[in-house]
Design a protein around this ligand. Structure first.
Ligand code: P6P
Length: 370
């Protein structure tokens, strides 16, 4: 059973994936994909930890602007290549979508092309059945200051061709292959088959879910392996920490402002004042919320109706993990996992964490249509 794999102390991530594959809980392809994610995480951990020693080579700006309109850091580009190549060499990937790529790219032309082939280019041909969406180095602007940063990833299975209904404006001029891969990338979070994050901090933590609970591993550099340290992560039903950029409070809607003011002063349901903990790096803030409980929020505001965080490769994977750990994740109006993306870099407001805290902030309304 899944549980008995988790109870064997000292299980490495490599062995964990083999055991799950032997039990038919995941297939060999997904096991191979997680092996490549494991290797990429070790390389990125090393890069992040040694960056200050290699200032010129690794820190500072790449001198380009990414699709987000943000200055691309050298490490953004390097870690994106590390993650992309690790996945491509599995030969199991259909499509990859990254925060650092303007559009989804082919996943599996290992060796055939040193350049990745965008899904929207004519030579694209789908060759794998899994799709990976990822942010290779979330919070990278914090690296220079030694603040924890992370990688976030989610894995979808390619949908049946019959189920691929792209909006007309997205499918215009695309081949069937391209339409299927783009449709396969723009799936709602509830269709994820796996999700996880890697936290590069005092330790390097890898937390993942295959939809049967949440498991945590810690990198043991002395053997170069991720060792299982948290067999079954469950978020407390209620916490006493809130995590948000309170500097934006005047831009939030009234219910959000009232909620934060109440829990801050001990006037919320628990009658005790909450503490504010916010490092401005999503993976670190979410990992602490997952383990200690409480609420993390990057809500919509007057300037950004969809908030700041990206649905496909930030909000959805983190919401999947949070729900699998017994928590909740809403936009302020609906469940994050129900939202079908219409764009790879679409933003989404995110309020997630302990179930009782999220319910207190704003009871979930009916899932958004579509
Ligand atoms: P703000 C980092 O830039 C990031 O994308 C997330 O990691 C983090 O949660 C958020 O933005 C911080 O945004 O506006 O509070 O600096």
């Amino acid at each position: 059973e899944f549980e008995d794999v988790c109870e064997q102390t000292g299980v490495t991530l490599s062995r964990y994936c083999i055991e799950l594959a032997n039990r038919g809980i995941i297939d060999e392809d997904l096991s191979s994909i997680f092996n490549s994610i494991r290797e990429a995480a070790k390389v990125i951990s090393k890069l992040v930890n040694t960056a200050p020693l290699k200032q010129a080579e690794l820190l500072g700006l790449q001198g380009e602007i990414n699709v987000q309109g943000e200055d691309q850091k050298k490490l953004d580009v390097i870690t994106n290549d590390v993650f992309k190549n690790a996945l491509r060499y599995t030969g199991k990937m259909g499509t990859l979508a990254s925060e650092e790529e303007d559009e989804p790219v082919d996943g599996a032309r290992a060796g055939e092309s040193s350049e990745v082939i965008p899904v929207l280019s004519e030579e694209f041909a789908d060759t794998g059945k899994y799709i990976c969406v990822f942010d290779p180095l979330d919070g990278s602007s914090n690296v220079d200051a030694g603040i924890p940063v992370g990688t976030i990833f989610g894995v979808f299975q390619e949908p049946d061709p019959a189920e691929c209904e792209l909006p007309d404006d997205l499918s215009k001029g695309l081949s069937e292959d391209q339409q299927r891969c783009l449709a396969g990338t723009l799936q709602p979070g509830k269709s994820l088959v796996a999700a996880g994050y890697v936290l590069y901090s005092a330790s390097t933590e890898l937390v993942l879910t295959f939809g049967q609970g949440v498991v945590g591993f810690t990198l043991d550099s002395s053997i170069g392996e991720f060792v299982m340290t948290r067999p079954s992560i469950k978020i407390p039903a209620r916490g006493k920490i809130y995590s948000c950029n309170q500097g934006n409070i005047n831009e939030w809607d009234q219910p959000m402002r009232d909620y934060i003011e109440a829990i801050r002063k001990g006037e919320g349901e628990s009658k005790k004042p909450y503490s504010l903990r916010y490092i401005g790096s999503m993976v670190g803030d979410i990992h602490r919320t997952l383990l200690y409980g409480g609420i993390f929020a990057y809500p919509a505001d007057k300037k950004n109706q969809d908030g700041k965080l990206r649905l496909l490769y930030e909000g959805a994977p983190m919401s999947f993990i949070m729900e699998q750990a017994g928590g909740k994740a809403i936009t302020g109006h609906s469940r994050v996992l129900d939202i079908p993306p219409v764009g790879v870099h679409q933003r989404v407001p995110v309020i997630l964490g302990s179930a009782e805290d999220v319910d207190e902030q704003g009871p979930e309304t009916a899932p958004e249509s579509g």
